[in-house]
Write a protein that binds this ligand. Structure first.
Ligand code: FES
Length: 296
């Protein structure tokens, strides 16, 4: 983990989303798809805590001009200040943080599924998988056309792509999960990666678990410290041998987790879930749990 004052190279809008590119050679050198950075809010704002942003791209260029790109939707004052930064401003960054997506050791056909701007880390992942001679197909979706994240870039990075919008303004009308079964079978997907809203991740992970497809998801949870200290970001995860479950911290044990082992019902409903025993189906050894090796 590195703390750096990083110069802003560019800051631009693309549709309703915003991207900021930073000169961050040391962080970019170590960054892996699925990881995130924490950005300090400039002095004089009402917010004290650093804000987490997933890494959309990292370009490593010999350790002196590496860049990082983050993409986000300015949903409120906690992020909208970042749309105002200008080239040559400096931002205080800590990163790379969290566990990255592991790459499949033997399997080849990878299906990447993304919703909204949450799909941003998948483009970095697609490049790394392509570099490892994996086949990449993609499903990207959103509520409306203007919320589909970089569909042209997704096309460029994948063998085939399915696009969905809930209003039918681009691609198939519906949700990514509507086309998921067809894409899994048409692309002979052996591994699924997913990023996006948590309900979408749950639907993707449960489909994959029920059909025996290994699935890695990058979850979103509120973060306080981002460094494993405050335990605000926990997700219930069933142990590999099914003997129980543990609270895993999204910031250090994730954000990438094995989708088959997340206890989604408990996570979404919190302490109101009556049983403390995970339901049948979670003792699957993580579905393909032996398939992965760490990114990098
Ligand atoms: S955000 Fe503090 S432990 Fe994860």
């Amino acid at each position: 983990m590195i703390r750096q004052k990083c110069e802003v190279l560019s800051s631009r809008s693309s549709g309703i989303y915003h991207t900021v590119t930073l000169v961050a050679p040391e962080i970019a050198e170590r960054a892996r798809p699925g990881q995130f950075v924490e950005i300090a809010v400039p002095e004089g704002r009402d917010f004290l805590l650093r804000r987490p942003f997933s890494i959309h791209e990292a370009s490593r260029r010999g350790g002196w001009a590496g860049t990082l790109e983050i993409a986000f939707y300015a949903a409120g004052p906690g992020t909208s200040w970042l749309t105002e930064v200008q080239p040559h401003d400096f931002l205080d960054i800590i990163g790379p943080l969290g566990k990255p997506f592991p790459y499949p050791r033997n399997l080849t056909n990878c299906l990447l599924v993304g919703g909204g701007y949450g799909a941003a880390p998948l483009y970095f992942l697609a490049k790394e998988l392509n570099a490892r001679r994996k086949r990449v197909d993609m499903v990207v979706g959103a509520r409306t056309q203007d919320r589909v994240f970089k569909p042209v870039e997704a096309k460029r990075l994948s063998v085939s792509i399915a696009i969905t919008t809930e209003d039918g303004s681009l691609g198939d009308r519906g949700r990514v999960t509507d086309v998921l079964p067809g894409m899994v079978s048409r692309t002979n997907a052996e591994v699924v990666y997913a990023c996006g809203p948590n309900p979408m991740l749950r639907a993707v992970a449960e489909y994959c678990r029920d059909h025996g497809v290994p699935c890695q998801v990058a979850v979103e949870e509120l973060m306080g410290c981002g460094l494993g200290v405050c335990w605000t970001c926990v997700v219930p995860v069933v142990r590999r041998d099914g003997s129980g479950w543990d609270n895993m911290r999204t910031c250090v044990d994730g954000p990438v987790l094995n989708g088959a082992r997340i206890w989604w019902e408990k996570w979404f409903r919190g302490p109101t879930v009556p049983t403390q025993t995970p339901p049948h189906g979670f003792t699957l050894e993580g579905v393909g749990g032996e398939t992965w090796h760490e990114g990098g």
